[in-house]
Design a protein around this ligand. Structure first.
Ligand code: KIV
Length: 289
């Protein structure tokens, strides 16, 4: 990045995970737009703490989502509904401190933005000021357009989320594909309203691939698919699903890239056995007098 201007590098060079030898530019919303314009796909993964954030950032994942899926992946809840703003803020802060390159996207949890654009504004400001988020995500279609407009007018980039929206699972009758049949036209309408309100990207969850393709072609801004086929401009997965640390039921749209559960279980079992058998600590792990 020999030709980078000081403005492009200055705020990011001193972060804990950056090195003087390899300064990298922060991904911005316009970077993601330019990638769509060039027909280049980009990636998003969830992250909830510093080590996964650092690893995914180093791997080149463009956007780290501190999802409200932390509710069931960090806090042990059954759904995403119970997690609070106060619980998510420290997670967002840890991810933002540990990712020198990726755009850090904070999910607004259930009940923290739906009541009014003003409520959304105050919640989003907390994530930006207290946690260092670069953008926020909220669920919902046309009804959320006023929230998206107020936030973007105030300088807060917003990623919208349509199709299956987990915070509305009780209203939607559980985990079900959205946008089948006539629903496809409705999805396009929702997406266009969110784009017009100023959203910089739209996540589409559990949407038939042809409908997601139609939405993607109808929009200028990038779409991010999760269970929405190959034609979205970007893809997102929940890391605990795709790296196999979660042994519970995972949706069929997840590809499992590793089996961290087995690796960690095996290592912990070996440790237990070493301690009980006297093989750990060995001389090299002990201090001499
Ligand atoms: O909270 C989350 O992890 C999400 C993804 C499923 C997109 O919203």
């Amino acid at each position: 990045m020999a030709d980078a201007t000081p403005e492009e590098t200055a705020p990011y060079g001193g972060g804990p995970a950056a090195t003087a030898a390899a300064p990298r530019k922060r991904i911005r919303t316009h970077t993601l737009q330019q990638m769509k314009d060039r027909g280049e796909k980009w990636t998003m993964l969830t992250a909830y703490e510093q080590f996964t954030a650092g690893i995914f950032d180093a791997a080149g994942v463009e956007v780290l989502l501190v999802g409200d899926s932390a509710s069931n992946n960090v806090f042990g809840n059954e759904t995403s509904l119970p997690v609070t703003v106060d619980e998510l803020i420290p997670l967002v802060r840890a991810v933002a401190r540990s990712a020198p390159h990726a755009l850090v996207l904070a999910d607004l949890p259930f009940g923290s933005y739906q009541a009014s654009p003003e409520q959304a504004f105050h919640t989003a400001v907390r994530f930006m000021k207290e946690a260092g988020a670069h953008a926020v995500k909220l669920e919902g279609g046309v009804a959320m357009a006023p929230q998206v407009k107020l936030l973007t007018d105030a300088g807060i980039p917003v990623c919208a989320h349509i199709g299956f929206t987990p915070q509305a699972e009780h209203n939607l009758g559980g985990y079900r594909v959205q946008g089948r049949g006539d629903g496809a036209a409705r999805l396009i309408e929702e997406a266009k309203a969110l784009e017009a309100a100023g959203a910089f990207a739209i996540v589409m969850e559990m949407v038939p691939a042809p409908a997601a393709k139609a939405v993607t072609e109808a929009l200028r801004i990038p779409t991010v698919g999760i269970g929405a086929g190959v034609d979205c401009d970007a893809q997102v997965l929940v890391w605990t699903d795709m790296l196999g640390i979660n042994t519970g039921r995972v949706p069929r749209f997840v590809k499992k890239y590793a089996d961290l559960h087995s690796i960690m279980l095996g290592a912990a079992q070996e440790y237990v056995s070493d301690v009980k058998g006297g093989a750990f600590p060995a001389a090299e792990h002990s201090f001499e007098s």
